[in-house]
Design a protein around this ligand. Structure first.
Ligand SMILES: C[S@@+](CC[C@H](N)C(=O)[O-])C[C@H]1O[C@@H](n2cnc3c(N)ncnc32)[C@H](O)[C@@H]1O
Length: 422
């Protein structure tokens, strides 16, 4: 397609109701509800793509695996899968979600853990050295309980069980901290009364045990327990996935300068000692506000038009957007390398508006994919289900804001599924 026909196509495309899953409210089936994760996939969407675009023997890959929705769905469909993500918290969550544990085993391990929690001495102090940011986010009484829990989890010898408990603890950290509960931004709520770590851990782990049981039983019934499923802590721009080995890539790239995953996952990252400072953690994420690159040019004409319009409003944002499209072109090349001939790439992408400039990411991605030799198969427009993604962006700062006000803009009310073939 020429660039003007890409724009015209998107201007006229209408919403496909069969991709909206309007009546689907629960996203908690199987292990999907183990951990909150910003902008996670609707499992039904991935399920439909797997059913429509993959064969039984295909390997499915997700280059921005996040909390592993694609991998979990691939496993329940008996497809081998590989996920990649730069975020160690995403790696941990995904590992637990793709690793069914024999139900009676995890129940026993949980009983043992509960017995250990009985030994907690409120006057005792945590034995570990902790990062100063932990003191910033937690009250001492909660910090001591979390430290006790964490130390006991580390003594669990079975790695899969240990990771299962670590994910449970990671999920409850926000509730047990001073972090404003309704916000994805690191912000203290001066009025918050954090949840007790032990009761939160018990409740959440019980829920996970139930989900694990359903997942395990289903996989066992279908003989998919041993289906290969792997998450790698890698950069999507340069993965270790073998060339010409993947049947379909199903992925949703980070949105440009919207979620700062490094900031959002800092509680877990500090507790589990994945990081010592945030700046190092932030810099390898694609689409981050903290990107160091000074790019202002793009070899995509559609991207360049957006960058030029943004330059008139805000130079820093223009650079961020330019970096984003540059990085995404590198990722698209990498996707082409790993795909088999006739393999499909399925990208779920949202457009947005910054400072009044429309960031037509979907249109730019079509231009990039075609420039690399992909053939577009289908472009689907869908409306985003209620509450799965924020829809308000502050007009001045460009960041997501919770409540609509006079300075806010609606963002991502719709998204696109771009399906292209190698
Ligand atoms: C929109 S989320 C994906 C959510 C995922 N579909 C799910 O269901 O959980 C985008 C992901 O891209 C990851 N990411 C950002 N930069 C990356 C990079 N350079 N390489 C690999 N992953 C990256 C983020 O950590 C985040 O998990």
């Amino acid at each position: 397609m020429t660039n003007s026909s890409i724009i015209a196509y998107f201007d006229n495309i209408s919403v496909s109701p069969e991709w909206c899953f309007k009546n689907v409210r629960s996203t908690e089936q199987w292990t999907h509800g183990y951990h909150r994760y910003p902008a996670k996939f609707l499992p039904n969407l991935v399920k439909k793509i797997i059913e429509d675009y993959t064969q039984e023997n295909d390997v499915v890959a997700d280059f921005f695996a996040g909390c592993g929705t694609t991998l979990v769905e691939a496993k329940v469909h008996g497809r081998k899968s590989i996920g990649v993500d730069i975020n160690p918290v995403a790696e941990l969550i995904t590992k637990a979600k793709i690793s069914p544990i024999e139900p009676s085993k995890i129940e026993l391990e949980f009983e043992t853990m509960l017995a250990k929690l009985e030994m907690f001495d409120a006057d005792g102090h945590a034995s570990r050295e902790m990062h100063e940011r932990i003191d910033y986010w937690f009250f001492p009484e909660h910090k001591n309980k979390i430290a006790f829990l964490y130390e006991n989890i580390l003594t669990v010898t079975d790695v899969t069980v240990k990771e299962f408990f670590l994910v449970s603890l990671s999920h409850i950290l926000k509730n047990c901290s001073k972090w404003l509960q309704s916000s994805t931004k690191p912000q203290i709520d001066p009025h918050k009364n954090p949840t007790d770590p032990f009761s939160a851990f018990k409740t959440h782990t019980r829920m996970m045990i139930n989900r694990n049981r359903e997942f395990f039983n289903q996989l066992s019934k279908d003989s998919y327990l041993a289906t290969d499923c792997e998450i790698r802590l890698e950069d999507a721009r340069k993965t270790s996935i073998k060339s010409n080995s993947v049947g379909a890539i199903i992925t949703s790239p980070p949105y440009v300068t919207s979620y700062e995953y490094a900031d959002i996952h800092q509680l877990t990252a500090y507790w589990y000692e994945y990081i010592t400072d945030l700046s190092g953690f932030r810099k390898n994420f694609i689409g981050t506000f903290y990107s160091l690159n000074q790019e202002l040019n793009s070899d995509s004409e559609l991207a360049q038009n957006i960058i030029d319009d943004l330059l008139k409003k805000d130079k820093r944002t223009a650079k961020e957007v330019a970096n984003y499209f540059k990085d995404m072109k590198i990722v698209a090349k990498e996707m082409r390398r790993v795909l088999k001939k006739n393999g499909h790439v399925c990208l779920v992408v949202g457009n947005t508006t910054f400072f009044g400039v429309k960031i037509k990411s979907a249109e730019v991605f079509v231009e990039i994919l075609e420039s690399l030799g992909f053939k577009m198969v289908e472009i689907i427009k869908r409306s985003i289900p209620y509450k799965l993604i924020p829809t308000i962006r502050d007009k001045k700062s460009g960041r997501f804001s919770k409540l609509e006000n006079k300075d806010s803009n609606l963002v991502y009310p719709e998204e696109y599924i771009l399906i292209a073939k190698k």
